[in-house]
Write a protein that binds this ligand. Structure first.
Ligand code: F0G
Length: 409
């Protein structure tokens, strides 16, 4: 049997990996890469993978690209798992860690998926890559497309993309198209136009992107020396990353590398929380939010394309999805910055906000081993940071003025 198989998540139909495909040709559901654990285990057994430093490509035996393919990499992954002592003390949590994926090359976890997705795009002979984006995907795609010499077309919701992300997409040379609508509408346009226009879609509906993103979970287990956390808090927007994290943990467990898996708690912003509403109401179908809104623009998504994948992942882990309000996200963002030196963008603080809320509601044991995923860097969104901070004090260029100010503080 082959090590990898591209299969429909619903009906199980097998698909050709050598052609661009995102949805099942029979039932229209999303596709995922399945790993044969016997074959993969044998391969790992014959390699020196355990000795390699953590990074996406440490795990190349578990990533479905041609082993002979040229890899397009900016050294993504290998991000720190930071023990949060000051914040942990304030919250009464003994074992709190942050996986800071905001320190990837373009400042978000998207790079893990893009190095694999762009390597695959070249393998498939694609000339143009595309995505719809709330910002980070477009920044990452633009960078990797530049590296690989591919044309890059990105569609973004007008006026709702943080400044840093927009600057990145423009600077890396993408054709940036601002759509008078929201992310969900832009993604719909991308999906409908890609085949006709010969563009390879690198949104998280692309199964190969998920294969890169799952490496964050392998890294966490390696950083915890062969254990996994009891709980993983993670923001949910389009639902790809939470599904990817679960895939990584579940694979590591099935391969016998770690003896268990964490419970996944997905966190959404109140104004864009269709997945959390499913868990609250017990509904089996997603009811899209027509006009999603939140200060965490990265997760301002009302109709997540990966909702089936993420709901399944969260349920399999024994977890649930829940909601935080914008003020809780901003409070968590300030706490990370002030007490731990971690500058996260608002979406990158949502997981911590979810944990804080669960602590308040008594939904988590304070001695539990918890990892919160911080997905994007704070420099991405300077406007939100500046708006909630104490503004600089302006003084004359004299010692007297400085002393006067400091004495008065
Ligand atoms: N955090 C950040 C910083 C993000 O940029 C995103 C998604 C998420 C969390 C949510 O991840 O969609 O896989 O559930 N950003 C996408 C984008 C939608 O276009 O940059 P998800």
């Amino acid at each position: 049997m082959a090590q990898f198989e591209l299969r429909c998540i619903e009906c199980g139909k097998s698909h050709d990996m050598a052609r661009p495909a995102y949805a099942c040709s029979k039932c229209g559901n999303l596709l995922e890469v399945r790993l044969d654990f016997g074959v993969a285990g044998d391969k790992l057994g014959k390699s020196d993978w355990k000795k390699r430093p953590i990074s996406v490509w440490k795990y190349k035996e578990l990533i479905p690209v041609d082993p002979k393919a040229k890899v397009y990499s900016l050294n993504e992954g290998g991000t720190p798992l930071l023990k949060c002592s000051r914040l942990g003390e304030r919250l009464g949590m003994k074992n709190l860690r942050i996986k800071f994926d905001g320190v990837n090359p373009t400042g978000s976890f998207k790079d893990r998926g893009m190095t694999v997705g762009i390597t695959k795009a070249k393998e498939l002979g694609m000339k143009t890559v595309t995505c719809a984006s709330t910002g980070n995907t477009s920044a990452s795609l633009a960078a990797y497309a530049g590296l690989a010499g591919l044309r890059c077309v990105v569609l973004i919701p007008e006026g709702k993309v943080a400044l840093g992300k927009l600057a990145q997409a423009m600077m890396h040379g993408a054709l940036v198209i601002s759509v008078k609508g929201n992310f969900d509408q832009a993604l719909d346009m991308v999906m409908k136009s890609s085949e006709k226009l010969g563009m390879y879609v690198l949104n998280s509906v692309n199964p190969f992107r998920i294969e890169g993103q799952k490496t964050a979970s392998y890294e966490i287990c390696d950083q915890m020396e062969g254990r996994c956390p009891e709980y993983l808090y993670i923001p949910v927007g389009n639902g790809g990353n939470s599904a990817a994290y679960w895939k990584g943990f579940a694979e590591y467990e099935s391969l016998g590398v770690v003896p268990g898996h964490p419970v996944i708690r997905g966190i959404q912003a109140e104004g864009a929380a269709p997945v959390a509403h499913m868990f609250e109401s017990g509904s089996k179908e997603l009811v899209p939010v027509k006009k999603p809104d939140t200060v965490a623009t990265a997760i301002r998504i009302g109709n997540p394309a990966n909702w089936k994948k993420t709901v399944r992942a969260i349920k399999e882990s024994g977890g649930y999805a829940s909601v935080v309000i914008d003020e809780e996200i901003l409070e968590a963002q300030r706490s990370l910055a002030k007490f731990e030196g971690i500058f996260a963008e608002p979406a990158g603080a949502a997981a911590l906000a979810g944990l804080v809320k669960d602590i308040e509601l008594g939904k988590i044991d304070k001695s539990a081993d918890v990892v919160c995923v911080s997905t994007g860097h704070g420099l991405k969104d300077p406007d939100v940071a500046i708006a909630q901070s104490i503004q600089p004090k302006v003084i004359e260029a004299s010692m007297k003025a400085l002393e006067g100010l400091l004495e008065g503080e």
